[in-house]
Design a protein around this ligand. Structure first.
Ligand code: GDP
Length: 202
């Protein structure tokens, strides 16, 4: 499979999605709690170690970061949420920020939600899934750091979360992922290719 994502470049950071790049073409957003492994996943997906900064201090990325894959196709790194040491006020501001982006961005064609396989489905994750559902936004879940669990444990975590999610949102797809072993990488590319309409393009 051709990896279209290797040429991805940082395009722009924005504290307000209305100040991002022009809202045309197509983009896929990545959301997750701080420390969910979002930066590591973006780096592996694009084959670039330093594209998204992995967090030494969780919860520091406040901006929406736009990365250009090509032309008007983008990957978007949403601010990590749920970091306990950040005040409730700031947490709520981030949530509103993300909600507004999800509601208003017309080029947004899908959302990848990342959750640590050992700590899935926290309240804020469910809130994001609810917004995606309300916005009829295709959603794909990555259960990250799958290498941290034994095979059997990871598989049963997958089945359990899948069962819980399908009861609420039957259209959501879900898979195991590891930035360290690259487990699940091909499957993520396939989803991104489909959403960005890159499948079959040279
Ligand atoms: P972010 O805050 O969501 O961007 O998360 P990071 O990508 O910065 O990762 C948070 C921590 O989890 C870092 O210490 C990473 O090294 C670690 N991490 C991320 N992905 C994986 C993975 O697939 N496997 C393991 N074992 N650790 C990971």
């Amino acid at each position: 499979m051709k990896n279209h994502y290797q040429q991805t470049r940082f395009q722009q950071g924005a504290t307000d999605s209305r100040r991002g790049p022009p809202d045309r073409g197509a983009e896929v957003a990545f959301a997750g709690r701080s420390n969910s492994g979002k930066s590591s996943a973006l780096n592996v997906i694009t084959g670039q170690r330093g594209l998204a900064r992995t967090s030494k201090a969780p919860g520091r990325t406040r901006e929406i970061n736009f990365f250009q894959v090509m032309d008007d196709l983008r990957l978007v790194d949403l601010p990590g949420y749920g970091y306990a040491r950040v005040s409730r006020d700031i947490q709520e501001r981030w949530q509103r920020h993300i909600a507004r982006y999800l509601e208003t961005r017309t080029s947004l064609c899908g959302l990848v939600l990342l959750m640590d396989v050992r700590h899935p489905l926290k309240a804020a994750d469910l809130q994001i899934l609810g917004w995606c559902h309300a916005a009829k936004l295709p959603t794909h879940v990555l259960l990250t750091k799958a290498d941290k669990l034994k095979r059997g444990q990871a598989k049963s975590a997958l089945l359990q979360v899948r069962r819980q999610l399908q009861a609420l949102y039957p259209d959501i797809s879900i898979q195991l992922f590891s930035a360290h072993t690259r487990e699940g990488l091909e499957a993520v590319w396939t989803v991104l290719d489909r959403w960005l309409d890159l499948a079959g393009k040279a």
